[in-house]
Write a protein that binds this ligand. Structure first.
Ligand code: ADP
Ligand code: X2W
Length: 258
């Protein structure tokens, strides 16, 4: 089976022009089949604040009312996705932008209201890989934003880390999949304020212990949940590191395993 890399890049990198340019030139140079997933939560938050629309995050997930859904659709599927595609084309990486509605790629259901009403947030139910595989097998890179749909005409906000892990799981039926999460820190840190405290290897037992000790917060919580879920569901390798990890394996990063 051919190896396919699914690379997710987070909002703090996207929000920094120089860091994004550097990352995209490194991503474009990656050999072999690949898929890019991007977040953009930080930019959506800024725009919502500028428009005086309240921002509510619970455990790293955005409560998405109708006004917020409009903002994230414009920001994720529009501004960010199209800018990334243009920059990849400038780096000779032919690419096509996707939301989960395109090619019926990611079907989700609106999260049921329990303790919290997340609004227009989708939990992934099915990933259809047909359209993306046609592209991948023709050397064209799919670039996904953090939006899914319910197949009844409704767009839904879905955490970008979840989009990446669900794509990796579905594509693992057709390729050997490696999932790489890139963000602004050097990896999963024992002390979030010390970028040198990278946990090189973390098994699921250590993860549970450190979670109880309160070592992870905010967006790191859904990120790690997604990582272990992906490993359980057939993804071969999951790593977390700063953007250079995709081309430079001499630097520190975290490898997760079950
Ligand atoms: N133990 C930890 N190690 C690294 N980052 C952590 C940790 N605990 C919390 N974080 C926070 O999680 C954030 C990453 O989550 P998030 O912002 O969702 O990432 P992304 O930019 O990939 O979307 C980091 O910016 C950091 O502030
Ligand atoms: C439901 C939910 O929380 N969706 C995320 C999707 C964007 C995202 O995940 O962006 P980063 O990777 O930059 O954090 C949000 O709107 O913030």
């Amino acid at each position: 089976m051919e190896t396919l890399k699914i690379v997710k890049v987070g909002g703090n990198v996207i929000d920094n022009d120089a860091a994004l340019e550097k990352f995209l030139s490194q991503f474009a140079a990656l050999k072999g089949p690949k898929v890019l997933v991007h977040g953009g939560g930080k930019i959506a938050t800024k725009l919502a604040q500028d428009m005086q629309i309240p921002v509510n995050m619970v455990d790293g997930r955005r409560i998405t009312d109708a006004a917020t859904l409009d903002i994230i659709s414009m920001v994720y599927a529009g501004k960010i996705n199209k800018n990334i595609i243009a920059k990849l084309q400038a780096n000779q990486c032919n690419s096509v932008g996707f939301s989960g509605a395109d090619g019926n790629a990611i079907v989700s259901v609106k999260r049921p209201v329990k303790k919290i009403d997340y609004g227009f947030v989708g939990d992934v139910k099915k990933v259809n890989t047909k359209a993306m595989r046609v592209l991948i097998n023709n050397d064209i890179t799919p670039v996904f934003c953090a939006i899914s749909h319910d197949q009844n005409g409704q767009l839904l906000n879905t955490n970008a880390d979840t989009i990446a892990s669900e794509l990796a799981i579905a594509l693992s039926k057709h390729y050997k999949t490696e999932l790489v999460y890139c963000f602004e820190k050097n990896g999963v840190l024992l002390d979030v304020d010390d970028d040198n405290s990278v946990i090189d290897f973390m098994d699921s037992g250590t993860y549970e212990t450190l979670k109880i000790q309160g070592k992870f917060a905010g967006g790191m919580l859904p990120k790690l949940e997604n990582c272990y879920y992906a490993l359980q569901e057939g993804v071969s390798k999951v790593i977390i590191g700063n953007p250079s990890v995709i081309t430079n394996t001499n630097q520190k990063f975290s490898t997760l395993y079950i």
